[in-house]
Design a binder for this molecule. Structure first.
Ligand code: FEO
Length: 398
């Protein structure tokens, strides 16, 4: 029933699209859905690389069986144990009781812990190979990209890297599976939102993985979410290199919380000053309106960041506190920053936002601006000066 999607004569895409789930990991909005990619190698040995989220088992298995018919599956390679990829392991193992489950020494205890499976397992380590006939898989561990057991495998005959979460993207595959069949630019934003929110904390492990994989001559990258790459491989590697070093582009995110519009007005003045002083990429976000995953994604993109919050119960506004905490947890470094805030009887927000920048060793571009009650002339000028200073600091890097 399904027309096979070939990566090579013997390798097939058998992933599924999910347009029903609202939140990935029950946190991240899936406005454009997500795909759970899985791959099938039909050789002397039949091998599946990663399963799919459990609720999608039926349509996934229909694709697999349309290709292999009654032949049994010999190997299941588990590159990653997060349940969006491992969710169908138990039912697959019941369906194919002789199937061997391939993982590394960190994978297999997780398979036991999640699914109670302890038999028919094959442990591989860095550099081990698995001969399937014409195809040959070599395994490379990539710890913390995205979990400790994360692993990728390289099919040497066709030079395909099955990269697991690395190079993955939110967004379903709407007809096009390969990057040369779709609008690459359409996916870029969702690629960065996926990277920054799911893997972004692990910049150093990503750098180590890129270094380890740099010796491979890649003809194709087949991740576990989003498009399969055969045209934009160099672009993807370059983007990952940039993001994992926290190297921002010229531009500023102005993110604020505001209850009655006073901190918002300070953010507007600052944004206007940044733009009037020659910075075209300015993104202003009300953190009570826009989900933090979109704000974080742009914070990864741009070098400048202005954070604003009113004081609320002697703390940050809760929605700004959530964003600030997330930014700190992710350890985003290498940013120029400024801080704004307002209060009614006692100020605290500006001090707390400054602590975020100091903790992450960001470079402050100007003194923080904190206004009592509504914005007045003196602090209007200070907001403007903060915007000017941000623009000048960014332009100095040109
Ligand atoms: Fe797509 Fe970390 O799982």
């Amino acid at each position: 029933m399904y027309k096979p999607v070939n990566l090579s004569d013997q390798i097939f895409y058998v992933g599924v699209n999910d347009r029903r789930t609202n939140l990935f990991e029950n946190m991240w909005p899936l406005d454009r859905g997500v795909s759970y990619n899985s791959y099938l190698i039909v050789d002397e040995k039949i091998t599946i690389i990663d399963t799919v989220e459990a609720g999608h088992f039926e349509k996934w298995m229909a694709k697999v069986r349309d290709i292999i018919n009654d032949r049994p599956v010999d190997y299941l390679v588990v590159n990653h144990m997060e349940p969006d990829h491992s969710g169908a392991i138990r039912i697959l193992a019941e369906l194919y009781p002789d199937m061997q489950i391939v993982g590394n020494k960190k994978t297999l205890p997780m398979i036991e812990g999640y699914y109670g499976i302890t038999s028919n397992t094959l442990t591989v380590k860095e550099g081990d190979s698995l001969a399937l006939g014409n195809n040959n898989l070599t395994f490379h561990t990539v710890p913390m990209v995205h979990w400790p057991e994360s692993m990728v495998c390289f099919e040497e005959t066709n030079q395909i890297l099955f990269s697991s979460d690395a190079f993955g993207s939110f967004g379903t595959l709407d007809g096009g599976i390969f990057d040369d069949e779709l609008d690459f630019d359409h996916y870029k934003e969702e690629m960065r939102r996926y990277y920054s929110n799911i893997v972004g904390k692990y910049g150093n492990p990503v750098q180590k993985a890129l270094s380890k994989l740099s010796t491979l001559d890649l003809k194709m990258i087949a991740p576990s979410h989003g498009p399969v790459y055969r045209e934009h491989i160099a672009d993807m590697v370059a983007m990952y290199d940039q993001w994992s070093k926290y190297e921002g582009e010229e531009g500023v995110v102005v993110a604020y919380a505001s209850m009655y519009g006073n901190t918002e007005e300070m953010a507007e003045v600052t944004a206007r000053a940044i733009a009037e002083n020659g910075i075209k990429n300015v993104r202003v976000y009300d953190v009570s309106k826009t989900h933090p995953s979109f704000v974080i994604s742009d914070i990864f993109k741009y070098k400048g960041l202005v954070l604003g919050s009113p004081t609320y119960c002697n703390e940050l506004h809760p929605n700004m506190e959530a964003l600030a905490m997330k930014v700190q947890h992710m350890g985003i470094t290498n940013r120029y920053y400024g801080v704004l805030g307002s209060y009614t009887w006692a100020g605290a927000a500006v001090k707390k936002l400054n602590e975020v920048g100091e903790t992450l060793k960001w470079e402050s571009v100007a003194e923080a601006v904190e206004e009592k009650h509504a914005l007045k002339t003196e602090k209007y000028k200070a907001c403007w000066q903060l915007g000017e200073a941000m623009a000048e600091r960014l332009k100095a890097d040109r």
